[in-house]
Design a protein around this ligand. Structure first.
Ligand code: ATP
Length: 236
């Protein structure tokens, strides 16, 4: 099987600050892969480089073509959906309006069915379609952010720290919904998380990032079982 996303030699940062050094990793179609690592390891920067918000060196191949030279909106059209840190929800718009924004580049005929699919995956959002996003709980807003990204019918969803600011029970529910979404839609997911435990519980594979380099890679079970990795990089 050829990879959906294949990254080779990715080096990126901010101005003269190099944050990521020579990363190689991949995501297969339909896979759930997590990138774990301590604060400041470069997890968010990795997703930014993939979505095109920052540029870098190295090659990024997505769905059989090079995308490292293309803009964020071009990558989105090709099927890379991004749920950024802090969610990026429009708090003054309703749930339904937020979802429509996620499908802005799709023909009107497809928007309806995408909306129905979103409400099927996230029934609470269906019940609250006319509610302002800003008046919903943190967990509901995170669900909305995921649902909005799915409106673009991505082949790969990039999720930045989805558990951020959520209570443990809400986090558990969110990850259950992510696993179910992956199963029902076949959308591959690349999730960066500090909560290693919960992320590994739904992942097929994991990479551990330390100071901008991949220090370990394996199946979720292998990473979970590796005490030295857990102690050194995951703080669990
Ligand atoms: P966290 O979980 O704290 O968000 P992270 O693993 O996602 O950590 P990044 O946000 O990718 O880490 O940050 C990696 C490094 O890049 C840090 O040293 C950070 O200070 C630096 N950095 C992040 N964003 C910028 C920016 N816009 N300009 C300059 N440096 C940045």
């Amino acid at each position: 099987m050829s990879a959906l996303l294949a990254v080779r030699g990715l080096t990126a940062g901010y101005g003269s600050l190099i944050v990521l050094r020579d990363l190689d990793f991949h995501v297969d179609p339909g896979e759930v892969v997590v990138i774990l690592g301590a604060n400041g390891a470069g997890k968010t920067t990795t997703l930014r480089a993939l979505s095109g918000e920052i540029s870098g060196e190295g090659t990024i191949e997505f769905d059989g073509r090079r995308v490292d030279g293309s803009r964020t909106d071009q990558r989105a059209r090709l099927g890379i959906g991004h749920v950024p840190e802090g969610r990026g929800t429009f708090v003054d718009l309703t749930v339904e309006e937020n979802l429509r924004i996620g499908a802005y580049h799709r023909p009107a005929a497809q928007v309806r069915s995408a909306m129905d699919r979103a409400f099927g995956l996230f029934p609470t959002l269906g019940e609250r379609r006319a509610q302002l996003a800003g008046s919903m709980s943190g967990g509901e807003q995170q669900m909305l952010a995921v649902a909005r990204a799915l409106m673009g019918d991505p082949k790969l969803l990039l999720l930045d720290e989805p558990s951020m600011g959520l209570a443990p029970m809400v986090t558990a529910e969110l990850f259950r919904t992510l696993a179910e979404t992956n199963e029902r839609t076949g959308t591959a997911m690349l999730i960066v998380e500090q909560n290693a435990q919960i992320a590994l519980s739904i992942a097929d594979r994991a990479y551990v990032l330390g100071h901008g380099q991949i220090v370990s890679a394996g199946t979720a079970a292998e990473i979970r079982a590796d005490d030295s990795i857990r102690r050194a990089y995951l703080g669990v």
